[in-house]
Write a protein that binds this ligand. Structure first.
Ligand code: PMP
Length: 385
């Protein structure tokens, strides 16, 4: 009797390349590769939990507190406030991405539209679900990394199979906010699918006092969905909590399809503590400090020869992207490998992505980590050139 797994597992799944990151190869030293919060988690104290009981399947307390926080930040007049019924929670926003694709796209029929260079999980999840990926590159020639609105709109209008448009704002790896007006223009002119704005890094952009988040606008646009996470600004990547903001109607669909107890009691306890007033204030202050360090790090790096002053990603997230020697991929890759192996400083090589030749993405670390990075970066770069 012969058993061939390949005949049973769907071909797209069988051939799936798992998500890879720098941490697969390098796990020691100064880790500036994954856009985590180097200052550590916001200060929490875990309390006793009834771990023999299932967690609250609806997570009302957390949702209400987070909705209230986003409402307070966004004072745009005439927009209905968010309530807990606009939120659905996931095991990180990665799970939220997968749920959106499963909810809206029929395998082998429907499609998603992405705007490269962008976060890779949209295409990983689409592939897992046998959903085709259509791409409209961001405008890269001028390094603006903005959406090509006419091209995006005509692609959406000409292909009724496209059900989701994924916009990362601030972008990863671009670090750049996508113009809110452009997103609203798409929302007003395309109703054959949903616009998903992934705001994983939004608190670093918002920390300077202006609200760029579009979360509250889900009460205005039924075709808008916004993703956020506690992994970045809250420094809680380890608890795995992502949030989808959507209309009440779509939110109830997403809540109906999720596994009943997808958010653990432990995650839930930490998350509820994280959105208490004093911790929210801490998060904003911390994001401001990260931003200060980001500017210092960038200024130090672009003062070096072979790091292109004219080219940097945006400064709206907790990382920077710099280009080496006018797009010299070989040198950038050598620099990345040498830093990880010899200097034990791990960053990300992003040179194979659209518009990013010769680029390295560096997460802002603590002051001490950034000092070490700058020193090692200089030493390694100048040992090569
Ligand atoms: N969206 C973007 C743009 C990201 O960069 C990341 C993490 N790298 C995520 C979503 C996923 O975050 P998490 O699953 O930790 O919430």
């Amino acid at each position: 009797m012969s058993f061939n797994l390949q005949d049973i597992v769907r071909p797209k799944i069988y051939n799936l390349k798992p998500y890879r990151c720098a941490r697969d190869d390098f796990t020691e030293g100064i880790l500036l590769d994954a856009n985590e919060n180097a200052s550590g988690p916001i200060p929490l104290s875990i309390r006793d939990t009834d771990l023999n009981r299932y967690p609250d399947p609806h997570q009302v307390e957390f949702k209400t507190l987070l909705a209230g926080f986003r409402n307070r930040l966004d004072k745009t007049p005439g927009i209905e406030p968010l309530t807990e019924d606009n939120l659905c929670l996931g095991v990180g926003s990665d799970e939220c991405i997968d749920s959106l694709i499963r909810a809206c796209c029929r395998p082998e029929v429907d499609k998603i539209l992405t705007l490269p260079p962008t976060y890779s999980m949209y295409s990983v999840c689409a592939n897992i679900n046998d959903v085709e990926i259509v791409e409209c590159p961001l405008i890269t020639e001028d390094n603006s990394f903005q959406m090509n609105v006419p091209e995006v709109l005509s692609t959406l209008k000409n292909d009724p199979k496209i059900k989701l448009l994924f916009i990362t704002s601030p972008g990863n790896p671009t670090g750049k906010l996508v113009n809110k007006k452009d997103i609203e223009f798409i929302l007003e002119n395309w109703t054959n699918g949903l616009v998903v704005v992934d705001e994983a890094y939004i608190d670093f952009a918002d920390a300077e006092g202006t609200t760029y988040s579009m979360a509250k606008l889900v009460t205005k646009y039924p075709n808008l969905t916004v993703l956020q996470t506690l992994s970045k600004s809250f420094g809680l990547a380890g608890i795995r909590l992502g949030v989808t903001f959507a209309s009440e109607e779509f939110s109830s669909v997403l809540n109906a399809m999720k596994a009943p107890y997808n958010i653990s009691s432990l995650t839930s306890k930490y998350a509820i503590e994280a959105v208490q007033e004093e911790n929210l204030n801490y998060m904003i202050e911390n994001a401001r400090n990260v931003n200060q360090e980001k500017h210092r790090l960038l200024n130090e790096l672009i003062s070096l020869d072979y790091v292109n002053r004219a080219y940097v990603g945006g400064l709206d997230a907790n990382f920077i992207m710099v280009r080496i020697n006018n797009g010299d991929n070989e040198l950038a890759k050598k620099l990345y490998l040498q830093l990880a192996t010899n200097s034990k400083v791990v960053i990300r090589f992003r040179g194979n992505e659209l518009g990013c030749t010769g680029c390295l993405r560096i997460t802002v670390g603590t002051k001490k980590e950034n000092d070490a990075l700058i020193k090692e970066f200089k030493a390694v770069l100048y040992s090569f050139v």
